[in-house]
Design a protein around this ligand. Sequence first.
Ligand SMILES: [Zn+2]
Length: 166
Amino acid sequence: MIAPATRTVLVGCLGLVLSLCAPAGAGASGQWRWPVAGSHRVVHPYQPPAHDWLPGHRGVDLGVGSSRVVYAVGVGRVSFVGQIAQRSVIVIAHAGNLRTTYEPVTATVRLGQRVAAGQRIGMLQRNGSHCRPSCLHLGLKRGTTYLNPLLLFAPTRARLLPHLGH
Ligand SMILES: [Zn+2]
């Protein structure tokens, strides 16, 4: 007899790529926060290419309101701050071999710094994003595989990702 809660998770996992399922004993209470203030608006969706070498949109572009403050989506450690293809990028490493990327952002955190979910990590730059007006490009990877960052925020799926803490 499987407990109802366990069964829900199992069914949910089967509905997703298996690698998204939380490993056993990964902990509890995963908390993911939207990285910008204001309404949750996706300007450009996630459009992964059919093959790694083809162009695509390996992330989501999020509309911003009057505030340009950018927040960490989850607990983690800053694993990169610098320029990639002439854009200012912050990368945060999370539990479960997950990484989130934020661009174009002027960092207010330093390499190696631990951050909490919802902690300010920088300011969105006015130029350098691929939207007009500017937007935040948010990326999500597990290992070398790009994932749709919106998975983090979907209420029924967020718990399938590795939980943080503990
Ligand atoms: Zn983008």
